[in-house]
Design a protein around this ligand. Structure first.
Ligand code: CP
Length: 313
């Protein structure tokens, strides 16, 4: 009897849809892929012959590069595609564009878009697997997976940890995917930020508490996840000025002392130094920000591997 665990869906659209078992499958496999990335020869033939298309309609440094590298480490053929250089500027629809890349042989389509729900729309029309690389203010599932992987690596567990997510939670797909992921894995989640960027209804999730004072919120925290202030998604009036935002919500060494001494500081990037985080913290001994980036590669290899694996059953 085959007792292997497989992902249930053909796509990875969000953490909300994954079971705890599926999350742990991906995180455990990422450990094996990280071991491969530490070897002299970092490439494995696992997905040789498959084609991955990166469709990015919003800027990205970490996610696009690490999906491309992850696909190459698995020996796939990778094509990178950005909105402004495509026939979308001539009026072609996004769906026709995606159907075109599928007709060219794409097995995995990785999509980032400023509109929430675009990956879900594509998943209904494509045979290829769709991976959400960030859709509007909805979800960024591989970011939450790499964050969970980093926490497990540093703390050995997630269950029972006190994890603070700080800043512009209202506009953050990273925060939403992390709330789903960390709660499924049993963490106590604290959301901290100004009332304009963190409505109290976020606290209605079981196991999630809302704070409007940074030092109170991070008291005794094991993990502090700082978020970028997403000025491009905001109107005006969420806070007076970025200087005042930093004074109230920016993480400095002094404020960090309210957390546990061995607390880790995370940030999904890109960082706005001097707005949500001081350089003394971003570059300090508690920071694991660059390790998050490194771990993204192993996690994305695991996601692509498991989506292709289920097609063979
Ligand atoms: N964390 C993240 O999504 O970064 P990029 O926008 O650089 O991909």
């Amino acid at each position: 009897m085959n007792t292997r665990i497989l992902l249930k869906g053909k796509d990875l659209l969000g953490i909300k849809d994954l079971s705890t078992e599926e999350i742990m499958l991906l995180l455990n496999s990422a450990t094996s892929f990280k071991e491969i990335l530490g070897r002299d020869i970092k490439k494995v033939p696992t997905l040789r012959g498959r084609t991955v298309v990166n469709l990015f309609f919003e800027p990205s440094t970490r996610t696009r590069t690490s999906f491309e590298l992850a696909a190459k480490r698995l020996s796939t053929d990778v094509v990178n595609f950005s909105g402004p250089s495509s026939s979308i500027v001539k009026g072609e629809s996004l769906l026709d564009t995606a159907l075109t890349v599928q007709a060219l042989g794409a097995d995995l389509v990785i999509i980032r878009h400023s509109s929430s729900g675009v990956p879900h729309m594509l998943s209904r029309h494509l045979r290829a697997s769709v991976i959400n690389a960030g859709d509007g203010t909805n979800e960024h599932p591989t970011q939450a997976l790499l964050d969970a992987f980093t926490i497990l690596e540093k703390k050995g567990r997630i269950e029972g940890l006190r994890i603070a997510i700080v800043g512009d939670i209202l506009h953050s797909r990273v925060a939403k995917s992390n709330i789903y992921c960390l709660r499924k894995l049993g963490a106590e989640v604290r959301l901290i930020g100004p009332a304009t960027l963190l409505p109290r209804w976020f606290g209605e999730f079981e196991g999630v508490k809302v704070y409007h004072d940074l030092e109170t919120g991070i008291e005794g925290a094991d993990v502090i996840m700082m978020l970028r202030l997403q000025l491009e998604r905001q109107g005006t009036g969420f806070f007076p000025t970025t200087d005042e935002y930093f004074k109230e919500w920016g993480l400095t060494k002094k404020k960090l002392s309210a957390a546990k001494p061995d607390a880790i500081v995370m940030h999904p990037g890109p960082m706005n130094r001097g707005i949500e985080i001081a350089s003394e913290v971003a570059d300090g001994p508690n920071s694991v920000i660059l390790e998050q980036v490194t771990n993204g590669l192993a996690v994305r290899m695991a996601v692509m591997y498991h989506l292709e694996e289920r097609k063979e059953e």
